[in-house]
Design a protein around this ligand. Structure first.
Ligand SMILES: Cc1ncc(COP(=O)(O)O)c(C=O)c1O
Length: 450
């Protein structure tokens, strides 16, 4: 068995046992129709991808597995369900394009990104019907460098940046790099665990100190896909109050069945769209985040040119090759993956109900992230008191350590995502279903013996 074919679970990897056996032992109602048997679209597909196949990443210096092993030690850490990248083997078109480029052994400075821009234009047109002009596409070395340049352009140091929380924790580092401050509009949560904007609070935060909004669509960590009416209302209020909307749409390719991603740039109001910049990346969609590549655009050339003056893109050759190959030739792989991720969300929702009722999970609308309500366990293990006693950042950081000690599974603490993140943990579902089941089983065993 080749090293990469061993199962992901660290102990399973060491023992050489296979999780493939576990997959086939899942009750059919829980397997929910593996995508390999039920591809989208049918007909002309040439190749079927098997996302159930374990692909071991240990030893590749990756955050999701190797960093957690280093943090918690080999006797404690078994399964990493944290940082938002995927455990699957990447789309074959990416490796093929990289291998081809590697035939030419010179790696000097790049001259042009036009071909990648064409691929970006085509992808946005074909999948979302948005016409992004070639001139407006700006290639970046990641979403963060673009966001930081935009914040530096529109939000003076010391000013505030509006965000709906809980929100992507990386935004807080963008604020630090641009010397701006968070203006946190905490979302309202319904009985059924769905999230809504608190509009009264939102409006009250549009004050003279606030010049920018960081909007995440679909939203990390809640998975919310914002409706056209929500986006229009955000856009109108921001325009009226001279707040530029920076829309991070890095998760837009992950939308679950029956849900819809509405690109901010597609809103039917030119003034609102002109008051925004959109930030996207091929890297999240195809799990090539180590290749450091992203892009942004705007319909407002004046705003865009101001941002470009604060933006320096140091691009890398292999990153461009991988990203272009993914957009040009990876659609079929992604469509099959989407079915699999959708089923992972459905499986997680129903399996948690069945074996871990102390947690609550409502299937996300978008992203491959599950936002788990862990409030009952926080209470049961006195997470608030224990976190204080141990001097930890938050009860959710205590819960992270508790889960490592008792279940050997790593999840991300909800408090990392700002106000509203309390009593929650984030779990990454972009992994073979058997591993999700294994992680939930381990957590359930730990909770039921606590
Ligand atoms: C909402 C969001 N924006 C940006 C990023 C990071 O983007 P990049 O690696 O391109 O800087 C992530 C990564 O998880 C994310 O979830």
């Amino acid at each position: 068995m080749a090293a990469q074919d061993y199962p992901l679970n660290r102990r399973g990897f060491i023992k050489g046992a296979t999780t493939t056996a576990l997959v086939s032992s899942l009750a059919p109602s829980l397997v929910l129709g593996s995508s390999s048997n039920n591809p989208l679209g049918g007909g002309s597909r040439k190749k079927t991808f098997n996302f159930d196949a374990p692909y071991n990443r240990l030893g590749t210096n990756c955050v999701k597995w190797d960093s957690q092993l280093a943090r918690f030690g080999s006797d404690k850490f078994e399964i990493g369900m944290g940082i938002a990248d995927m455990d699957f083997k990447a789309a074959p078109c990416i490796g093929e394009a990289l291998a081809e480029r590697c035939q030419h052994e010179n790696w000097g400075y790049l001259s042009s990104t036009e071909s990648l821009k064409e691929a970006i234009k085509d992808w946005n047109q074909t999948r979302y019907g948005i016409d992004v002009s070639m001139e407006s596409i700006t290639i970046a070395a990641g979403v963060h460098p673009g966001l930081i340049a935009a914040l530096k352009t529109v939000a003076p140091p010391g000013s505030k940046v509006l965000m709906n929380t809980p929100t992507y924790n990386g935004f807080y580092s963008d604020l630090r790099h641009s010397r701006t401050l968070a203006n946190e509009n905490k979302m309202l949560i319904d009985q059924d665990h769905s999230y809504h904007i608190d509009w009264d609070d939102f409006e009250s935060r549009l004050n003279a100190d606030t010049h920018a909004m960081l909007l995440c669509n679909p939203q990390n960590p809640t998975g919310n896909c914002w409706s056209e009416s929500d986006l229009l209302r955000i856009g109108e209020l921001c325009l009226k109050n001279e707040v530029t909307v920076l829309v991070d749409e890095i998760h837009c390719d992950f939308v679950m069945k029956g849900q819809k991603y509405t690109p901010f740039a597609s809103l039917p109001d030119k003034a609102i769209v002109d008051n925004s910049l959109s930030f996207k990346a091929i890297s999240k969609t195809f799990s090539i985040s180590g290749m450091k590549n992203a892009y942004f655009y705007s319909t407002n050339p004046v705003l865009l040119n101001r941002v470009r003056k604060n933006h320096r893109a140091d691009l890398n050759t292999l990153g461009l090759v991988a990203n272009e190959a993914a957009y040009r030739r990876g659609a079929d792989w992604l469509d099959q993956l989407l079915t699999y991720i959708d089923e992972n969300h459905t499986f997680t929702e129903s399996y948690i109900k069945q074996v871990l009722p102390e947690f609550r999970y409502k299937k996300a609308q978008g992203t491959y992230l599950a936002w788990l309500d862990t409030g009952d366990l926080n209470n049961h293990i006195s997470a608030t008191k224990n976190a204080e006693k141990l001097g930890l950042k938050s009860p959710e950081h205590y819960l992270e350590q508790w889960l490592i000690d008792n279940a050997h599974v790593q999840l991300n603490p909800g408090s990392n995502y700002g106000p509203g993140g309390d009593n929650h943990m984030r779990m990454n579902l972009a992994t073979p279903r058997a591993l999700i089941k294994d992680a939930i089983d381990k957590i359930a065993d730990a909770v039921h013996t606590a």
